[in-house]
Each structure stands twice: as structure tokens, then as C-alpha cells.
Design a protein around this ligand. Structure first.
Ligand code: FCB
Length: 442
């Protein structure tokens, strides 16, 4: 790896990220059911019908995993708290075992010199709330705020930062319009409601956390650089609509209190009544923004389909195991655009960036040189953005461990550390060692 810690400003944070449902194992510790458990239990939704019951068994092996973080010379660990573990019914009595688990985990980070960066919602909505309509029900905002308060009350004194929601686009659009994630809906009315309620939940969460005096509050958005497949006006419009739904909806609501017209043109008829009245709360100040970036999206017009009438076109660049094009330049453009058009001086963190790579036919190949090159190329653009004045304060690799990659089950491997899902043995890959060397403190 060409990049090392020395090439970054003092205090720049290097971390790795995970999420509760993807690593913990929900069979243990009194967790309730979530919509991911039932989505995964429904045939056809997840590759090989895998689920998060055991995952990496991080619930038991967390100390070993934090040791890996510390030995990797990371400064910070981004983890998520599971709503289904803390509040098995989504509301009402918390599960003491669940809160005790996160208490140990956070203390374990501090004991190893790792900053705890917590995300409150990384997709495991309790089933009892899904029964009530989940993200399509406006009440979800209040349920989320109550849950946020319970977590902050127990852990807040030791958290470096708190993010309300991970990737609202996935929570709302991917899950309620495209149907690829739980709850697996393909319905524009449900999607429009979720697109708004996920931001309202963020707003109510921020209000309650501010009232409690919780510092350093943010949200994590995902961005995918959108480009037209050709110069035709129709393709350019398709890319612009995609950009509005994916990249602009959330950040414009958060920073300017409005939704982009190109997205509203399709969604407005399906929005919940009175949505305009929520925009002031949604645009209340935050302390930092998390940016997740993986790839770009090339869009063409799809004139025979209803709005948004766009489709993805495969591009020519080398791809990851997810079939995603490797395009670091897109991260640079997203970061610059945020700074120039949306976030100004607001501190940014790259909260996720990484690649899935096949482990090879016998699944023992730890020589992931392509991942080392991927990380290096993205760190290059991070440095370039910083040099050009983007207030970027940290970079978290996704992910520490191979884990449950949602609808792709355990097949797609993003980890710096290989996990054998039969024995649960952890084996650091070459990329882990390369990063550890690059991040060594002199
Ligand atoms: C992001 C998710 C994360 C993981 C990576 C590959 O969209 O936040 O949980 O699935 O993609």
C-alpha cells in the first residue's frame, strides 16, 4: 500500500465498520425478531436462504474482534446497535442482556484505545413494528426516538459519535420500491412514505439526543455517482432523475429543507399529507455527515416503464464480486460536490468504502491484492479531496469481517478478515496486514 498514516492530517481517523445484524448472530442474547429475519425466512429473498441467526457469532466473539481492530492499528470502530436486540418488541421494556452486551462492547473499545462510533439503525427493524407498517407508518419516528433515548441513556457517556440512520436510500427505496431488502415491497406509495418517514425519524432522534446533551450527532448517507449512458437528452434526464432520488433527496432535505423537484415529480402524489410541515425539523443542524461510497451508476432512459423510467447499464470498468464497477473518481466527485453544493464546512467522514472479493474455489485464499489496490486508490482520492479543502475527518473501511451481506447471504466477502462460516475462525487477509502496516504509529 502506497498510502500511509503520514500522508494524512494529524487527527485523521482510520477505522473499520460493521453492522449488528451482519455479524452478531441474533439467535443469542434475547434479541427479538426483525423484518430481516422474516424476509430471510421467505423463499427466494436471500441467496441460499441464509440469515443472521449465527452470522459471525460476534455476540460471543466480540473481544477477539476488537483485538483484531486494535492490532490493525485502527483508531476507531464503527458499529451498529440492534433495535431488535435492545427492544425485542420495538417498544416498551428493553432487554437488559442486550444493553449489557453493548455496554461490554463499548468498554472493550475504550480499553483498547478505539473510539466508539455508533449507528442506531442499520436495518433490523423489530417485527412488531413492521406489523404496524414499519417505515410506512408515521409513528415510526416516535418509536425510533424512544429507542434512541434508551441507547443514549446507557451508552451515550462513552460514544465518540452517534449516527441516527444508515443509508436512508436503502431503508426506503431499495426496500420499498425495488423490493431487494426487507420488507421487500415494490410499491411507490410505500416508498414515498418511507422516503419521508426515515428522515422524520432521524429528526426526532436528533431532537431527543440533543435534549439529552449527546454530542457529535450525524447521519450516514450512501451516494452513487450517476452518469448518463449517452449524450441523448433522454439518457441525461434518466441520470438526473436517478441522481435526484439517490443522491440529492436526503442531503437536500437535511441541509436545505427541500426535496428535489425531479424526484417529487414522481413521488409527490404518494407523499404523506402535510409532509412540508416536517421539513424544518428534518433540516435541523447536524454535527457531521457520514458518506458511504462504493461505485457509480450509468443510467439510460427506459421509456416504456412508468416513472422514474430509468435503467442501469453495465459499464466497462473492472468490477468487484458484487459486480460493481471500481471507480474511485466518483468518490472524489461526490465529496467535492457535497462541500461545494450542500455541506460547506460540515465535517465529513467516509463511513463505508470497500470491495467484495471472491475467496477462490477452496475459500482459503487470503491474498487479496486487488483489495489492497482498491483501498489505496480510494485513499488517493481522499487525500486529493482533503488537499482541495474538503473537510474530511476520517475513513472507515467496510468491513472488518466477512459477514452476512444481506440479500447475497454469506457469498460476498467484504472483510479484511476472512471468516470461515462453518468454524467461525477468523483469518486476517493480506489487506488487513497491509493496512495495519500503513496505519502503524511511529
Ligand atoms: C452498504 C451497507 C453495508 C454493506 C455494504 C456492502 O450499503 O451499509 O451494510 O452491506 O453496503
Amino acid at each position: 500500500m502506497q498510502n500511509t498514516r503520514a500522508g494524512f492530517p494529524d487527527g485523521f481517523i482510520f477505522g473499520a465498520a460493521t453492522a449488528a445484524y451482519q455479524i452478531e448472530g441474533m439467535a443469542k442474547g434475547g434479541a427479538g425478531s426483525s423484518h430481516w429475519d422474516t424476509f430471510a425466512a421467505t423463499p427466494g429473498n436471500v441467496v441460499r436462504a441464509e440469515d443472521g441467526q449465527i452470522a459471525c457469532d460476534h455476540y460471543t466473539r466480540w473481544a477477539e474482534d476488537l483485538d483484531l481492530m486494535a492490532r490493525g492499528n485502527f483508531d476507531a470502530y464503527r458499529f451498529s446497535v440492534s433495535w431488535q436486540r435492545v427492544m425485542p418488541e420495538g417498544r416498551g421494556a428493553p432487554n437488559p442482556e442486550g444493553l449489557d452486551f453493548y455496554d461490554r462492547l463499548v468498554d472493550g473499545m475504550l480499553a483498547r484505545g478505539l473510539q466508539p462510533h455508533a449507528t442506531l439503525y442499520h436495518w433490523d427493524l423489530p417485527s412488531a413494528l413492521a406489523d404496524l407498517g414499519g417505515w410506512t407508518n408515521r409513528d415510526v419516528a416516535g418509536w425510533f426516538a424512544d429507542y434512541a433515548a434508551i441507547v443514549a441513556d446507557r451508552l451515550g457517556d462513552r460514544l465518540t459519535s452517534v449516527a441516527t440512520i444508515n443509508e436512508p436510500w436503502c431503508v426506503a427505496w431499495l426496500s420499498h420500491f425495488e423490493g431487494h431488502h426487507a420488507p421487500g415491497l415494490r410499491d411507490i406509495r410505500a416508498a414515498a412514505r418511507a422516503m419521508h418517514h426515515v428522515l422524520l425519524a432521524h429528526a426526532r432522534g436528533i431532537e431527543v439526543l440533543r435534549d439529552m446533551g449527546q454530542p457529535n450527532l450525524g447521519i450516514v448517507l450512501n451516494f452513487e455517482y450517476a452518469e448518463p449512458a449517452s449524450d441523448s437528452p433522454a439518457d441525461r434526464r434518466a441520470a438526473a432523475v436517478q441522481d435526484a432520488i439517490y443522491n440529492r433527496w436526503f442531503i437536500e432535505a437535511l441541509t436545505a429543507g427541500r426535496y428535489p423537484a425531479l424526484a417529487l415529480e414522481g413521488l409527490e402524489p404518494h407523499m404523506p399529507a402535510g409532509w412540508q410541515d416536517d421539513m424544518a425539523a428534518i433540516s435541523a443542524p447536524i454535527d457531521w455527515l457520514g458518506v458511504n461510497y462504493y461505485t457509480r451508476s450509468i443510467r439510460a432512459a427506459s421509456p416504456d416503464s412508468p416513472w422514474p423510467a430509468t435503467r442501469a447499464v453495465p459499464g466497462p470498468l473492472p468490477r468487484t464480486q458484487m459486480d460493481w464497477e471500481i471507480y474511485p473518481e466518483g468518490m472524489y466527485r461526490i465529496l467535492k460536490r457535497l462541500r461545494e453544493e450542500h455541506t460547506g464546512d460540515l465535517p465529513l467522514l467516509v463511513t463505508e468504502n470497500g470491495m467484495a472479493l471472491d475467496a477462490g474455489p477452496d475459500d482459503t485464499d487470503l491474498n487479496d491484492d486487488r483489495r489492497i489496490a482498491f483501498i489505496d486508490a480510494h485513499l488517493d482520492v481522499v487525500r486529493r479531496a482533503i488537499a482541495e479543502g474538503v473537510p474530511l475527518r476520517g475513513f472507515f473501511y467496510w468491513s472488518l469481517l466477512d459477514n452476512f451481506e444481506w440479500a447475497f447471504g454469506y457469498e460476498k466477502r467484504f472483510g479484511l478478515v476472512h471468516v470461515d462460516f462453518d468454524t467461525l475462525k477468523r483469518s486476517p487477509k493480506a489487506s488487513y496486514h497491509a493496512l495495519a502496516a500503513a496505519l502503524a504509529r511511529s
